[in-house]
Design a protein around this ligand. Structure first.
Ligand SMILES: [Zn+2]
Length: 110
C-alpha cells in the first residue's frame, strides 16, 4: 500500500506556528518559573532543527545562542550598542552575542 505523501512546507508552517507559541509561553512564564521558559526555548530550537525552519531574527534575540537560556533585558541580560552593533551580554554564561544594527532599519520603526 502506498503511503500518502504530505508536502514538506505543510509541516514547516506548523513548526513555525509552534515555535511562536513556545516563545509566547516562555515570555509569560519567565517571572514565575524561569527554568520552564528555558525548556521552551530548548523545545523551539529542536522543532526548528527537525523541520529545517529558521527562527525569526526577533526571536533569536530572546535567547542566548551559547547556553540557550531565555533572555529578558535588565533581568538576565545586558543590551548595549557598540560600533553599530547590538551587543547582548548573557549574565548566566557571560558570553556576548552581536547583531547588526543599521540606521535605515531604525527609521522604519520610528
Ligand atoms: Zn548564555
Amino acid at each position: 500500500m502506498k503511503r500518502l505523501r504530505i508536502k514538506k512546507s505543510y509541516f514547516q508552517d506548523i513548526a513555525k506556528g509552534r515555535i511562536q507559541i513556545l516563545f509566547d509561553e516562555a515570555k509569560k512564564r519567565f517571572s514565575s518559573r524561569p527554568e520552564l521558559s528555558n525548556r521552551y526555548v530548548q523545545l523551539a530550537r529542536r522543532i526548528a532543527m527537525k523541520y529545517k525552519v529558521k527562527i525569526p531574527s526577533e526571536l533569536k534575540k530572546r535567547f542566548c545562542k551559547h547556553c540557550h537560556h531565555y533572555l529578558v533585558p535588565s533581568k538576565n541580560c545586558r543590551v548595549r550598542i557598540r560600533n553599530r552593533k547590538l551587543v547582548y551580554y548573557c549574565i548566566h554564561c557571560r558570553n556576548y552575542m552581536r547583531f547588526p544594527y543599521s540606521k535605515s532599519k531604525t527609521l522604519k520603526y520610528s
